[in-house]
Design a protein around this ligand. Structure first.
Ligand SMILES: *Cc1c(COP(=O)(O)O)cnc(C)c1O
Length: 465
């Protein structure tokens, strides 16, 4: 079936795009030569490009379209809200119903005493808020020197000055004068790449104890908070060894520092619970949210804050806020999205049905000659590509070369699967069916086979010495 998806030929759209649209995280020149893929419509877990290809979206857009595409309910709520009250601010002693209703709902689904929400337009902005909030918290408590935020290398916390500083991506720090002061990074719990001869359990403890060491080195009286993603997403879906999070929690309990869980990806069902913190049994003081909060249908993010921090912040004027904080249309859509998640039992579906099914298929990829380890939590998974499994070898080719080749094969086979270096990652819509999971894996396997043949032919199947 030919689908007429556009009013303009793809090449014309690509030329216009290249002429006027600067893309994030891209080399503009190379992209312009090649032409961006133009996505025109989407439904369920499927996206369609301007040539009519139907592509299975293994990334839920950018880790966000948890309830899948094509939800009329969300469109209808947005339309209704736009007609009723398209915008009002929440700065000067005003509020509105969508903000009230969404905050109540988030307090209900968030664990423990995480009962208060400060809104932002995105995850990056929310992490900016978090830095200012935790520093203000300590200042209010008479400890203005507690300013340092400890984070992790290869973490992703957004792309603003503060978000990228919290993040541990060296390529991002290299541009624009980052990180900002008083951010400290410890090593990530990536056993496959960095575990050496240690068992995963030993390594998990060693990496967690770097937090304790950093607190000692910096001084407990200078450390404000530790921030981490329950499962590192953009860093390559790095799942910490089982020993890691209990030890991190022990350390956070022992010292007077706040724990911030960046739930921007892990939240809203991705790991089989409302939040990754529940799956990994951690008790944050603040959770960063965005992405799945609205399933990407509207830009909205925020911080869910515990009683104690909210109370201390509440006693002063917090000189911080975004024009679009708790935007009524975004808030109304987010609330409806949470209702859909609840009514359709989407979290159950991840925990008891599609998650376990996907885990079986995903870990089954380990029989492929290129695949060293396969990790998956709920519906976020990764595989490590390697020329030699037993020694967990890296490729001799520049990091990312093999991942890129594999990603290109996936695209050619109408599957969106991203690569981070030489790891392949998936994070599909949570509403995926078993049949669709079968298709995803079938296309992944085909792409891996083709990549394997190609790198053998090109002499790239060589381990780094
Ligand atoms: C995507 C992401 C962010 C940034 O969110 P934006 O909405 O892109 O600003 C922050 N933290 C994590 C863990 C993310 O995955």
């Amino acid at each position: 079936m030919t689908v007429i998806t556009n009013h303009m030929p793809t090449q014309e759209l690509q030329a216009l795009d290249a002429a006027h649209h600067m893309h994030p995280f891209s080399t503009q020149d190379a992209l312009a030569k090649r032409g961006a893929r133009v996505i025109t419509r989407a439904d369920g877990v499927w996206i369609t490009d301007s040539d009519g290809n139907r592509i299975i979206d293994g990334m839920a857009g950018l880790w966000c379209v948890n309830v899948g595409y094509g939800r009329d309910r969300l469109a209808d709520v947005a339309s209704r809200q736009m007609k009723e009250l398209p915008y009002y601010n929440t700065f000067f002693m005003t509020t509105h119903v969508p903000a009230i209703a969404l905050s109540q709902k988030l307090a209900e689904v968030a664990p423990g005493d995480l009962n208060h929400v400060f809104y932002a337009g995105s995850g990056s902005e929310a992490n900016d808020t978090n830095i200012r909030m935790v520093r203000t918290y300590w200042a209010q408590k008479g400890k203005p020197d507690k300013k340092v935020i400890i984070s992790r290398k290869n973490a992703y916390h957004g792309s603003t000055m503060a978000g990228a500083s919290l993040g541990g991506m060296s390529g991002m720090h290299a541009q624009g004068g980052l990180p900002i002061p008083d951010i400290h990074h410890i090593d990530q719990p990536n056993w496959w790449a960095e575990g050496g001869d240690m068992s995963p359990e030993e390594f998990g403890l060693e990496r967690a104890r770097q937090l304790e060491q950093a607190i000692h080195d910096l001084g407990e009286d200078r450390v404000a908070a530790f921030i981490a993603e329950p499962v590192q997403g953009a860093g390559g879906v790095i799942v910490a060894p089982d020993t890691y999070w209990p030890e991190i929690q022990r350390i956070c309990d022992k010292y007077e520092i706040l724990l911030i869980a960046d739930e921007v990806i892990c939240g809203f069902g991705r790991t089989g619970n409302w939040f990754g913190s529940q799956t990994l049994n951690i008790r944050p003081h603040i959770m960063t949210i965005a992405k799945g909060l609205s399933s990407g249908y509207q830009p909205i993010g925020g911080s869910i804050v515990c009683d104690e921090v909210a109370e201390v912040i509440g006693a002063c004027e917090f000189n911080h806020g975004y024009t679009y904080a708790a935007h009524p249309v975004a808030a109304a859509v987010a609330l409806e999205n949470l209702n859909i998640i609840e009514e359709e039992g989407i979290i159950e579906h991840v925990r008891t049905d599609i998650g376990p099914y996907m885990k079986e298929l995903w870990t089954g990829l380990m029989d492929h000659p290129l695949v060293g380890e396969a990790k998956i939590v709920g519906m976020m998974g990764s595989i490590a590509l390697t020329p030699h499994k037993e020694s967990r070898a890296r490729f001799a080719a520049e990091a990312g070369t093999i991942g890129y080749i594999t990603r290109e094969r996936c695209f050619a086979n109408n599957l969106v699967m991203r690569h981070v270096g030489d790891r392949m990652i998936i994070s599909p819509p949570l509403v995926m069916t078993r049949d669709e999971a079968d298709i995803l894996i079938e296309r992944a396997r085909k792409s891996l086979d083709e990549a394997y043949r190609q790198i053998k032919d090109e002499g790239l199947l060589v381990a780094a010495s």
